[in-house]
Design a protein around this ligand. Structure first.
Ligand code: C2E
Ligand code: CA
Ligand code: CA
Ligand code: CA
Length: 281
């Protein structure tokens, strides 16, 4: 028994080592990817189901891996965050997204009512000069400040709620707005939600997925939509794939959504074509 215990420990140890070296390898690959310009930005439409109009887009990071092809951030965002690389990548995302949006605006494919949504990691938000970075980015691209919406998660309140609120208010004064992403999956309490100056609640796709088959997911959606509307917030559902999911959301008063039902995230060129086509019909 003693021996097998030792073997187990050794096995555990070596698999931990394996995981650590895998992580390091990925971190190095990501660093190279950044310097080689292998990151790309995709755009996913946000739609108002009542009018059928595209009201905005979420910018989503992709890694065009040289051999494995396009990679979702779900596979590597944690490594970017733990290594601090997210600061550089996040800055790139912000610049790239604002630049793309300014281009579409100049081409008159969108107008200034369009929302550009950018995911901001907590670590990025915590940077002491974050507000200035956002301001520079908007100014350099001559983007109307009201077009930018920053998506943050509930985890942002864990570290320093007062600093968070102060920064959010400074950005709001510039015209920037906020969406609470993945709402309901984190740790924050309703008290935090009441204190944070957010404009939009995003219902996480994990609730939307089984909304029409799982009564407790349906109840959560019901509650989140009611809460959002009672606080005067916009509510957007993510991960809508089926008409029945959209029908349920609309029956609860949630009319704005993003999801494969309307379109997948796409590179700028394809997204531009989608908007041009939507405007024609
Ligand atoms: P998220 O912010 O919750 O983004 C929504 C995710 O749902 C995206 O995954 C999107 O592609 C996916 N999605 C949209 N519609 C559907 C649908 O109908 N069905 C399904 N199954 N999925 C759908 P993605 O692009 O893989 O991104 C994963 C996560 O990575 C994001 O989740 C976000 O937390 C993070 N992320 C993405 N881009 C950035 C970024 O630029 N910065 C930061 N900090 N995080 C990012
Ligand atoms: Ca998001
Ligand atoms: Ca989500
Ligand atoms: Ca998220």
């Amino acid at each position: 028994a003693k021996d097998s215990g030792r073997n187990t420990i050794q096995l555990f140890h070596s698999s931990m080592q394996h995981a650590a070296s895998e992580r390091l390898r990925l971190e190095n690959e990501l660093r190279t990817a950044l310097s080689r310009g292998e990151f790309e930005l995709y755009f996913q439409a946000q739609v108002d189901a009542r009018s059928g109009h595209v009201i905005g887009a979420e910018a989503l990071l992709r890694w065009a891996h040289p051999t494995l092809g396009e990679q979702s951030p779900a596979l590597f965002i944690h490594v970017l965050e733990e290594s601090g690389l997210i600061l550089e990548v996040g800055a790139w995302v912000l610049v790239e997204a604002c630049h793309a949006c300014a281009q579409l605006l100049e081409e008159r494919i969108i107008d200034e009512h369009f929302s550009l949504c950018v995911n901001i990691s907590t670590r990025q938000f915590r940077q002491s000069d974050f507000v200035e970075r956002v301001e520079h980015c908007l100014r350099n691209n001559r983007l109307p400040h009201g077009m930018l919406k920053l998506e943050i998660t509930e985890g942002i309140v864990i570290q320093d709620i007062d600093d968070t609120i102060a920064k959010m208010n400074r950005l709001r004064q510039l015209g920037v707005s906020f969406a609470m992403d993945d709402f309901g999956t984190g740790y924050s309490s309703l008290t935090y939600l009441k204190r944070l100056p957010v404009n939009v609640l995003k219902i996480d796709q994990s609730f939307v997925r089984d909304a029409t088959s799982n009564p407790s997911d349906a109840e959560i959606i019901r509650a989140v939509v009611a809460l959002g509307l009672s606080l005067g917030l916009e509510v957007i559902a993510e991960g809508v794939e089926q008409q029945s999911q959209l029908d349920f959301l609309q029956s609860q008063g949630c009319h704005c959504y993003q999801g494969y039902l309307f379109s997948r995230p796409q590179p700028l060129q394809a997204f531009r074509a989608l908007l041009a086509h939507a405007a024609d019909t």
